[in-house]
Design a protein around this ligand. Structure first.
Ligand code: GSH
Length: 210
């Protein structure tokens, strides 16, 4: 088994944080996004979409998508559970994970990919066709981000973690999102006190260093 990983990028980090929480050790190979290794023949043979992470099983099958890779490991190693065990927990964690992905992570992606000068002609990730940036998408991403931050801040009033009493995959997704958003110059403002408190607690976990 081998996990194709990359430094800094949020989706591979989501898997690393998850694995650290679970105490699972997986052989890794780092793909250098800066030099374009993810678009070279060797990696495209692993994942023709040219994005990371990807998990190659011993059978040769490749599982892509960070959440799907974590689900795979959750099925192999259910304890400690990060996707919930009761139907209600599973539903809540899934619901919040999707909400964080769609309202927060996507907002940061819109801003990042449509404003960072190095991506001027590469607003789409991986092996997607070259596409120029659309500044209006960055503007809309910032609007989405502010609404996301405000909504999550209100939700966390009186709560330790996002979806459940215990830390879950929804918290991992949000932690990675908030950190990635900084690269797009999107922040959690000081006045978002509940979100700031949650962030400090999530960041203090050893897994956050993964
Ligand atoms: N939905 C995918 C997203 C994967 C993705 O977009 N990966 C980025 C890094 S976070 C990538 O490989 N980017 C390559 C590029 O920028 O060309 C997942 O969760 O695994």
């Amino acid at each position: 088994m081998k996990l194709y990983d990359a430094a800094w990028a949020p989706s591979p980090r989501r898997v690393r944080v998850y694995l650290a929480e679970k105490g699972i050790d997986v052989p890794r190979e780092t793909v250098d996004l800066l030099s374009g290794e993810h678009l070279g023949q060797a990696y495209l043979a692993v994942n023709p979409r040219g994005i990371v992470p990807a998990l190659e099983l011993d059978s040769g099958e490749v599982i892509c998508e960070s959440a799907a890779i974590c689900r795979y490991f959750e099925a192999l190693h259910p304890d400690p559970p990060l996707f919930g065990t009761t139907p209600e927990q599973i539903g809540r964690i899934e619901s919040w994970t999707r909400r964080v992905e769609n309202d927060g992570y996507l907002a940061a992606v819109h801003v990042f990919r449509n404003s960072v000068p190095a991506l001027k002609e590469h607003a789409l990730a991986g092996a997607m066709p070259a596409a120029p940036q659309i500044p209006e998408l960055a503007t809309r991403g910032a609007v989405m981000w502010n609404a996301f931050v405000e909504g999550l801040n209100g939700w966390l009033d009186g709560r330790d973690w996002i979806a459940d009493d215990d830390f879950s995959f929804a918290d991992i997704t949000a932690l990675v999102t908030v950190d990635f958003a900084r690269a797009a110059r999107l922040r959690v403002p000081d006045r978002a006190e509940h979100l700031q408190r949650w962030y400090a607690a999530a960041r203090a976990r050893p897994s956050a260093a993964a």
